[in-house]
Design a protein around this ligand. Structure first.
Ligand SMILES: N[C@@H](CCC(=O)N[C@@H](CS)C(=O)NCC(=O)O)C(=O)O
Length: 217
């Protein structure tokens, strides 16, 4: 199985976190990024020209969430999603929240401005947009995620799940953009993230992407 897309993309990283946690062999093609979409990529893999995409033999698939659903069905013994239908549904909701709200209002602003525009494209970027995201967008998002976490170890209880992976992936991108959850304001959420980063599969994923990251940052 080949996962296509540069691994510093939060959507690519989310899939890699799943594959790594569940010990599923894959190959990553990091040559495709939003700034480098090869000819024919849209036609073969992703009509929107986004990453990630998956190639599994003759089968090609776009979109991180669709890819995770496919991997879940291809490797039922890995139990990527909970067998409990309500836990699974909640996991899908949190993943969607992270992919849209967190990605759109935080990562898509802070990581995009400071890293993509500032470092990768070497363009002037808008620190005003970044500050607005930090001051106005972040608090309700982290209040909500704190309410989901409560006193649990992970977002869905005592099992590390795709919901945690989806959030962690956005938070890693945000940390590259110099933004971290304020441990005074959201102490449980900050401690939870520190714990996630110490998981062996997460450490493997993060150390593997450092080389690519170093080219930009
Ligand atoms: N819903 C998609 C979002 C993918 C996405 O937005 N990827 C970004 C990279 S982080 C991208 O390829 N952007 C390029 C573009 O929007 O043209 C998924 O989950 O795969």
């Amino acid at each position: 199985m080949k996962l296509i897309g540069i691994p510093v993309s939060p959507f690519v990283r989310k899939v890699i976190l799943v594959l790594e946690e569940h010990g599923i062999d894959f190959e990553n093609d990091p040559s495709v990024s939003p700034l480098s979409v090869p000819e024919g990529y849209r036609e073969k893999y992703h009509p929107l020209g986004k990453i990630p995409a998956l190639e599994d033999g003759d089968f090609c698939l776009a979109d991180s969430s669709a890819i995770i659903a496919y991997i879940n069905d291809k490797f039922p013994e890995k139990e990527i999603f909970s067998k409990d239908i309500q836990t699974k549904a909640k996991s899908l909701w949190i993943e969607e929240y992270c992919d849209t709200k967190v990605a759109g209002e935080l990562t898509g602003v802070i990581f995009f401005q400071r890293i993509v525009r500032g470092k990768i494209m070497k363009q002037e970027y808008d620190e005003g947009l970044v500050n607005n995201a930090i001051e106005n967008s972040a608090p309700p998002i982290f209040d909500y995620l704190s309410s989901v976490l409560g006193d649990q170890q992970y977002l869905l209880g005592d099992t590390y799940s795709t919901a945690d992976m989806a959030l962690l992936s956005q938070l890693v991108a945000l940390s590259y953009g110099g933004f971290h959850i304020d441990s005074m304001q959201w102490p449980k959420l900050a401690a939870y993230v520190d714990n996630l980063k110490s998981l062996p599969s997460v450490q493997r994923v993060l150390s593997a992407e450092q080389e690519i990251l170093a080219e930009f940052v």
